[in-house]
Design a binder for this molecule. Sequence first.
Ligand code: GLY
Length: 580
Amino acid sequence: MAGMNQHKRHPVAWCRGRAVFPTVLVWAGLVVGPLNLGAASAPIYARQGMVVSQCAIASRVGLEVLREGGNAVDAAVATAFALAVTYPAAGNVGGGGFLLYRPAQGETAAYDFRETAPAVAHERMFLKDGVYDSKRHHLSHQAVGVPGTVAGLHLAWRDHGKLPWRRLLAPGIRLAEDGFPVSYTLAGSLKNILPQMTNYPASLAQFSRRGAAFQPGDKLRQKDLANTLRRIAARGPAGFYEGETARLLTEEMRRHGGLITGEDLLSYQARRREPVRGSYGGLEVFSMPPPSSGGVALVEMLNILEGFDLRAAGMGSAANIHRVVEAMRRAFADRAKYLGDPDCNPGLPVDRLLSKDYAGELRAAFPAGRAGASSPQDVLDEKDSRETTHLSVVDASRNAVALTYTLEDSFGSRIVVPGAGFLLNNEMGDFNAGYGLTATNGLIGTLPNLAAPRKRMLSSMTPTIVTRDGELYLVLGSPGGRTIINTILLTLLNVADFEMNIQEAVDAPRFHHQWLPDQIVFERHGISPDTLGLLEREGYRLETSPYPQGFVCAIFLNSRTGWLEAGMDHRAADAGAAGW
Ligand code: GLY
């Protein structure tokens, strides 16, 4: 699709990475220029509907669905299936995730399509002779969870979709069959991952040119994936969990000591859950409940921070970083201690963690002017996947979707199912490694998130929708493992407390503290040296990350103008906002 001049009747705003940003600024400036006064960077504006994802090609697939009369759920489903083709690092049919839906009228719904452990999983499965086996945990056929994406997207569509299911799969099938040009970024990530695919011929065949890396501009065609998508289009979830696709997946498992059986696939169920609800100032916050830790930790931190005047101290001040980091420290400790799959852990103390009273107790115990301390009793998992992906959609009626889904690592297990053309997740790595396996910068051994049959592993994905006075205000989410929760917190604070427009809020530098290791990790060049000096004097250990922290895809509804404003994260070079 050629972009702006394709749709003469309705102006289409789209932006793919930095290259076309000036075009969009011109377009946006003509329409609503005065709103940008004083802003460091402008959002992308649209009146009728908007899709923001980490891949511009997929965002435009969603936009076409909106323009054809589809609603936010239709567009999210079509975008997700397109991402499964065009963004193979995290877009998927072989992984899982969460979808939050807020209709313009009615109750917000949370869809849980997190992967589950196979029936033979058990809490010692990642130990070999009593010793933790990282490879088995993260990079093996045993690290693959039962995929949930197809079941979850179908359930949300069945409840709320308007356009035919087949229509929503069609663009993904076309992109897989005909191919699409490999971007500079995708070429780079495929080149990096190829050495890790050498044991998997189907992965090499799909993601290289007979072993040689794709160059930017080459076409990536995925015929087997196109056929899998056709089966899903024709039969719905049965096209994935039964028949040919299921046969190909379970054969791959049998050949290589994987654990997923046909019975595991048949019994997979996506779930509707009650969203987590919280408030912050005049805002109402909806987010994902367990088995994600994201919503609970986000609301816990907001409750703690509500007791401070962040605005007075100023964005980026050492005083505010201290407060935010201490809130992060406590929420991540609670995440480790208490959270896991609610279906396997009856009585999770979610109500207490979400209560304002509890937040008040935590706030009252904050150390003044010095760093708090993390106890080695509550350590977390050692590695932090950065590969997950998020998309946000708002339609003309102001129905909104926040969808985050993942393969866990970049390209998941690296294993493409031979003949089926899709990558398998390595989500079992999100279970705790084993009971009592604790170390200050290493593993966690708490009970609620140990592997068990058909259990969902704890997640940090935080698809979030915020309202004000009952009206839509903000839709957002991000990849980034546990950093996701803090990325969403900071972006929300930037809008709510520091009155940034959504693009400024997304652009602003980020930082992360997760209880243990007891350190603040800053994005490069994010904070001034004198602010860092103040924090160091308070006793904080500071680290700089070579990586960006998350890729936020956000849509803000400006109640004054009635326009949608997209915040597109330029940390992701291929990201795209498409609106009309
Ligand atoms: N695999 C990343 C997450 O679920 O948080």
